[in-house]
Write a protein that binds this ligand. Sequence first.
Ligand SMILES: C[S@@+](CC[C@H](N)C(=O)[O-])C[C@H]1O[C@@H](n2cnc3c(N)ncnc32)[C@H](O)[C@@H]1O
Length: 275
Amino acid sequence: MATTADELREEVRRRYADSARAVTDGNSADCGCGSGSCCANGDSDTSKFGEALYDAEQRGELPEAATLASLGCGNPTAVAELREGETVLDLGSGGGIDVILSAKRVGPKGIAYGLDMTDEMLALAQKNTAQAGVRNVHFLKGVIEQIPLPADSVDVVISNCVINLSVDKPAVLTEIARVLKPGGRIGISDVVAEDHLTPEQRAERGSYVGCIAGALSKGEYEAGLEAAGFEQVSVEFTHQVADGMHGAIVKAVKTRESKRKGLRVAQPAAQAGYC
Ligand SMILES: C[S@@+](CC[C@H](N)C(=O)[O-])C[C@H]1O[C@@H](n2cnc3c(N)ncnc32)[C@H](O)[C@@H]1O
């Protein structure tokens, strides 16, 4: 069992490398921890995670392999209202589904970046992007706690079921604020807990690598974003994924005047409940 943050991150990386390999070998993204989506637990219902969260029109724009590799808990491109010419960054881009959709929305004058730490996922995303025929895409290898892009360079940050997996959520929110242009926005899908659930209760409901145990609560998300310099913060539950835990849409706008303060976002118990 992982005990340090580095070990936990490595466990997450291995889990999603397995998932990418499964899709590359022609199977669904089931990776031993549960049925259906990898970003779930054994008793998961596939309508709560993955490709079912995209409408038929969006699925029609994607290569089948990209759809099969979908491991998210929402559909961030549907909420981010992307405009032509914008620069978008997808944190934890996995098999590339949201990068491909974003690239199509922002058009040839825009750019869609995908950032992921897992080589196997990056390779899968490159393959899917080539099949989709989109060219305004760049994949970056790295961690979302240290985004390899300059300050004030991105219009929109999206992410789909990844921030709950981070071992340092305050660093992620600070980094998002750093790379966004003043007035830039986020459209994030993530698993979020009801405020009354303690970190231990979240861990009882599912594993860390399965996107449950590491989830922030609604209040922790809101406070973290405000501390990082965001306004118009909203965290809206969309569908229940476990008792008291929900797929949620997280929206916010970076203040035009940067007022980054020290972040104090509670880290849920990372040490319990892996599979
Ligand atoms: C649950 S999957 C979601 C993938 C994709 N967003 C989707 O909707 O299909 C999580 C992805 O985030 C990546 N990831 C997890 N933690 C990360 C971190 N700290 N830095 C960079 N990538 C990370 C994993 O490699 C994996 O590809």
